[in-house]
Design a protein around this ligand. Sequence first.
Ligand SMILES: C[S@@+](CC[C@H](N)C(=O)[O-])C[C@H]1O[C@@H](n2cnc3c(N)ncnc32)[C@H](O)[C@@H]1O
Length: 394
Amino acid sequence: MYKKLEINPSARNALQSGHPWIFSGKVLSHLADYENGEVVYVYCEGKFLGTGFVSPNNSICVRMISRSREVVEKDFFIQRFLQLKSLKQRVLSGETNMYRFCFSEADFVPGLIVDVYGKNLVIQTNSAGVMKNLNVIKDALIETLNPSAIIDRTDEDTYKLEHFVSDKPRERVLHGSLDSDIMQLKENGILFYVDIVNGHKTGFYLDQRENRELVGKISSGKRILNLCSYTGGFTLYGLKNNADFAVSVDVSSKALSLLSRNVELNGFKAEKSVTVKADMFDFVSNEDLEKYDIVIVDPPAFAKHVSESKQAEKAYKFINSAVLKKVKPATFILTSSCTSVVNADMFSEIIEKSIRDSRRNVKIIKKTFLPSDHPSLFHFIETEYLKSFLLYAL
Ligand SMILES: C[S@@+](CC[C@H](N)C(=O)[O-])C[C@H]1O[C@@H](n2cnc3c(N)ncnc32)[C@H](O)[C@@H]1O
């Protein structure tokens, strides 16, 4: 049914142990014979290994879809989505209507992110295979989830990386229509206004849900400093759980204005929430951190490419050391890194060095990774981009 693609035996082990990528240097077949995004059957020394999407011009050349001989048409995607529908509903509370439905390789549709926002879906595509099959994928999503609208938020750089250029303007609303860009959604019963058209990522940092729950549990009677607050995820969980007050710091005034609307939406007293538009490095340098019992450090991805990893390490080290040095005894610190360029071992080392620098005793209360709607795969650390520590400084 599909063309064969032969790989070097040196790539077989990684593939068989679950790593879903084949790099171009490991492909023995002539790559110019393949169309960008077409489905291929992968072989090694004549033995069938699985089905994948090929991006013949990229170093990540094949993304594996399955270990079986699949026919990748609408029914294939419907089966994948039906599996995801029953799985994701089990790992979330009924009071949550925004979550990651499909997490690319880790949900075995490599290159497809689908996030659910109430009745709407927001997708991002990052493989030529998914881009090429977008219409069929859209139809399969409509058949399995019956959404009111499907919005595509793939950015132009990603199309370029996948050599999927087009002269025509891209369709952003793939299906249905939206009454408004900003809609009201809920996470664990807490209400949020989310801008699914212009907000960061697909609109909300869905990946921090379980860390927000964790902070909620320790918030009662506490004073919270939420650095890099975005629209107030951690702030709202704190206030819901009877925190004394929360100070939220972000460089985005749009995010802070949604944060204040979120406080009002949930009926929390406005005087319990203070927003500060500031750069977190300046803020931490100038602020008296002894005023707080909980400090959240959730910065943006300081690096998107390995070439920037040193500068990212420096930034994480700077902010974590500064916070650890300045907080009073008996302070919780929830600190995260959301870039796969700084992996879990590197981030652990940075936190360890920051603690050493602060010359104080610090307990690790919890180490966390992604929440349950963002699965990961053995031998594929690229999906495990978010890692966090809940620390307790004495
Ligand atoms: C990972 S998000 C935070 C998500 C948030 N904790 C939540 O639960 O929704 C990072 C945020 O940092 C903000 N940001 C980026 N650079 C910043 C800086 N130098 N100082 C303060 N905020 C910054 C961005 O505007 C963004 O809202």
